[in-house]
Design a protein around this ligand. Sequence first.
Ligand code: SAH
Ligand code: SF4
Ligand code: F3S
Length: 456
Amino acid sequence: MIMTQREKGFYISTYGCQMNVNDSDRMATLLEMADYSPVQTPEEASLIIINSCSIREKPVHKVYSEVGTFRKLKEKNPNLKIGVGGCVGQQEKEKLIKNQPIIDFVFGTDTIDSLPQILMDLENPPEGRSQKIVRAQFEHRQPYHVETLVTNPGISTFVNITKGCDNFCTFCVVPYTRGREKSRPLKHIMSDVQTLIKRGVKEVTLLGQNVNSYESDCGADLADLMRQLAQQTSIERIRFTTSHPKDFDQKLVDVMYASQPKVCEYIHLPFQSGNSNILERMNRGYTREQYLEKIAMIKKAIPNVVLSTDIIVGFPGETESDFQDTLSLVKEVGFETIFAFKYSPRPNTKAAKFEDQVDEGVKSERLNRLFEMHDEIAFELVKRYEGQTLKVLVEKADTLMEGPTIKLTGRSTQNKLVHFLGAREWVGSTVPVTITKASPAVFRGEVPATFAGGLN
Ligand code: SAH
Ligand code: SF4
Ligand code: F3S
């Protein structure tokens, strides 16, 4: 099928973390307010935006190769505008355009709201000025006010509560691509969530690079914010990510426990390495023992808690014995889900200059061993769900199926993706689902016949 370009049709390609996903929603809404409409493929677009990620080298390469494929579209449609936003845009600024002249504009993580203005300036370039635009300065002075902007908020929506990061882990580019840490005022988040509830949202995920260091101008911390959201709004579920072990405290677990079931019993707590010496060189601010103490505190307060984590293998200087410490920590804690990565040297970061870089082959081999070991324990860990009835918030119905019983997808409070059969009207409701098959990635289940709204 030949696609034709649509005037004022935009296509956004999104890489990276939930923050970028949320930022792409914001861009889409701003573009729709400026009379653009979304299209399904880059071929149909008159505007393509790459919302890039720079956390590892791989996604950065992907951005460059994607720009290469869009070059052909631009040859066919010289009016096509191509922009790069996100963390690579923030980091590379004008260098991107110098290397890839087909890019028309670059914007950063703090200049998303100037997107409509950038497009207007591209249409009407000031006399004698270049057609290219770069707007990627950080906004250091203004307070952090960013009302959630989503065209179709859906059942579950992200809400930014902090931006930036001041931790400067020695491997991480985020402090350079997202700038200094700032928190939104509590009262703004409360009214934002109230508005989302009115638009049909049932679950919010509070977002930030280190949500545990959230601090409102009124002095409230993350625990206070979650308690108020649970007590003073009718939101059904509250999640938060990402947590930092050094700032995860007793008050937060106590509020999590007291606010169940609104606050979900799921915590993503990246440990990065199981070896204290490596953790120190990473500047993580905790030791293996302190991490395990936090886990013990969490499990004591919330016995039904489900944990996931992020891990880096092959950090500079990591020996086989250090890596064994990572393997043993995964087993000891019993993470049901892990996200593991080979260390990737990043521009400006301290660890990129460390001399004892680990060989790529060794990194790959360690990553494989970690996943193999985790697969074995994860299948065992999730078996316990078979036969259990979980509360599933239904997010999606199969759009192609018809009839009274169709395929539904939702998440349990433990953040498990569950597929089952049910009625389309259940989308947006929480229904009981008895798990028939549990694998680490996805669960299958069925709604008990006794369920009041059940199918006849
Ligand atoms: N703020 C979060 C992490 C955000 S980045 C935290 O502090 O936990 C998401 C994950 O990417 C990190 O947890 C880490 O595991 C991984 N990561 C970050 N920098 C990396 C690098 N240079 N190489 C490989 N993985 C990296
Ligand atoms: Fe990066 Fe560390 Fe900040 Fe997380 S806490 S974003 S890993 S610097
Ligand atoms: Fe990537 Fe930027 Fe997120 S580097 S992981 S998109 S904060």
